[in-house]
Design a protein around this ligand. Sequence first.
Ligand code: NDP
Ligand code: X2W
Length: 767
Amino acid sequence: MTQPSVILATASYDHTIRFWEAKSGRCYRTIQYPDSQVNRLEITPDKRFLAAAGNPHIRLFDVNSNSPHPVISYDSHTSNVMAVGFQCDGNWMYSGSEDGTVKIWDLRTATCQREYESRAAVNTVVLHPNQKELISGDQNGNIRVWDLAANSCSCELVPEVDTAVRSLTVMWDGSMVVAANNRGTCYVWRLLKGTQTMTYFEPLHKLQAHDGYILKCLLSPEFCDPNRYLATASSDHTVKIWNVDGFTLERVLTGHQRWVWDCVFSVDGAYLITASSDTTARLWAMSNGETIRMYQGHHKATAYEPKRKPVLLTVTSHLHPPSVLLDLRRRRSAARPLPSLKYAGGSTAAPREKKSKHETRNLNMSSTIGGSLSVEFGCLRKHEVRRLSTRQGSGRMLSIRASVVSSPDTLELSKANAKQAEKMVRVGVLGASGYTGAEIVRLLANHPHFGITLMTADRKAGQSIGSVFPHLITQDLPNMVAVKDADFSNVDAVFCCLPHGTTQEIIKGLPKGLKIVDLSADFRLRDINEYEEWYGLPHKAPELQKEAVYGLTEVLRGEIQNARLVANPGCYPTSIQLPLIPLIKAHLIELRNIIIDAKSGVSGAGRGAKEAHLYTEIAEGLHSYGITKHRHVPEIEQGLSDASNSKITVSFTPHLMPMSRGMQSTIYVEMAPGVNTDDLYEHLNNTYQAEEFVRLLEKGVVPHTRHVRGSNYCLMNVFQDRIPGRAIIISVIDNLVKGASGQALQNLNLMMGFPEDTGLQYQPLFP
Ligand SMILES: NC(=O)C1=CN([C@@H]2O[C@H](COP(=O)(O)OP(=O)(O)OC[C@H]3O[C@@H](n4cnc5c(N)ncnc54)[C@H](OP(=O)(O)O)[C@@H]3O)[C@@H](O)[C@H]2O)C=CC1
Ligand SMILES: CC(=O)N[C@@H](CCC(=O)OP(=O)(O)O)C(=O)O
């Protein structure tokens, strides 16, 4: 699909996001956002995705698809997300929330890489065009500058004590910043480059722009130059356009019937789009201030919202008039503040000094760059760098500043520094003498933050890892001990690589503070009766089952991040659910007649000696087993049924292949009426294009197990069946990596707040 040159999207408290044809005013796509209001929209710099900030998620939608589902969700805020934006090359995303934090996210893995704690609800965040400083404004009236290189708060400004800062905007060339507040006032600072990376704020102007609240302020884009404008959208139903040269009023845009919440310039600055709680968005010509088009379709607040809460509209756009074919890398963000309950007579709504309309005041402020106090401006200026707490990853306090590399562009931890600065996560491997345990040891050999302090075995207790697995002889690790002799005082997290049936009691006995990834099947089935039926064993830890989170990373990332106990999926279920869940969620395939023909390497059965796994029984042939009765059936059906909200029954036949590792699932499905294999391909491609480990091959290319050997990848593809209306999906993984230890490590990375691919960047071993 070709990239649209015009993107205009709005969202509202009516729980929908709408895409509009800018010229005709037609709404051509509506996305439901069922579980929250949408506070804020932003388009990625490559214009492929739309970020929608809700409560408490940020979700990324594909601009070019018709999918109602997000491509990825960013889930660690705990309250309304009020601001979202992107680094200019789209390497990372930032956000601000009513939970009082500003976060930086790895776009692809959805992990929070940094967290800065403000002391009040964050209403607005902007990124300085130098890409090195985030500026946030909060409900208590504080403006804070977060120096990304130093990883600290480098400056605090309080233009008006206890008056919420609703919106911030930075000039495209980084020369000026404007803050707008609840009293209708704009504060303007000239930005000056300091001796190091730090920017200095020189008070420049105070503008009493509106009598009501200013809900959004926005400086015009680069291609407006040499004319420079400031737009201020207000609760007084108007938008005012100010000439930045002297801050004189250029024009007043009137027409909206209620509060104007948001506005955004077209790329060339010739148009402004506004969004109002009168449920309309409007396109205005900057040349004469007239409405050119109205966008109508949003509704009043839904039953979800408290009565009388205003309908809030937010807008984002990439409006490219055909004559303008310039790439705008520094397009300004379309930040939009939310209503606050404090508006209704709260402390922030103190009586205002009555001023003449349009009055501007040049306060002739001190030009001292490092001045500690500018009384005229009513603003405290702290040149002393203040260290507010910062966090690395989701929740891990970073106590040592030097542990962050100086390159704010990549925001990656310097491995060397991080090792020095941070405590290693001490990992226990229960069942290290088995296949999946040994695979964990192999993967952790290159992990910068995880170190093994404990390993257990049963028959092989007392032995060294090198004696049991000579390929791991180089690993300087403690000898394996029996579980009963294990000392967990030296352990932060555990991989449990034990046979099912033995695991529940062992995990129940572990110290409560440990993070646990269980590779066995003991906590995968939510329904304990189902576990007992399929595994023929009583469940020994039903209370723990309630807290266990199923660890299919790409599907349940948000839950996994916050989990203490993760039930790592089975290998067959991983290879099957990864392609089927997105297709089911998008209603692209029928829920009946799903037939799965799956093949596994023999290591899938573990290292224990069994007659059926002798070379003579396995070699030179194919061995079907567990027909209709395999214990992965309820696990597969649980995941697919969750995706469809209805009970799904599958036909699943596993086979043993004469190979040591690898797994292929060949899945036969019926497509929904009107759907073809291109639709399935497109949807899977969209779903997984931002994923590191799940990849759709080029059309027609067949996935083979030999192409994932030793790696954490899942490769898949879709083929047209000869029977009309049916499709064949092939998915391959390495059963010991993505099917077990690799996915387990991906999950523990998430649980400990590290990028989820840490220690997993092995390319497949081929041939
Ligand atoms: N192999 C695979 O591809 C996959 C496996 N899994 C699951 O991961 C878990 C581990 O599998 P895998 O590594 O293949 O199994 P293995 O049989 O290779 O290893 C089992 C491990 O558990 C130890 N162990 C066995 N019985 C006990 C016991 N009663 N108490 C304490 N420790 C015990 C063994 O010690 P010792 O060797 O000293 O006797 C060994 O370290 C299983 O639940 C399996 O179903 C999940 C996905 C894929
Ligand atoms: C080849 C082979 O025997 N494979 C195993 C599945 C491996 C796996 O994922 O087992 P868990 O569900 O116990 O974790 C089996 O079919 O039982």
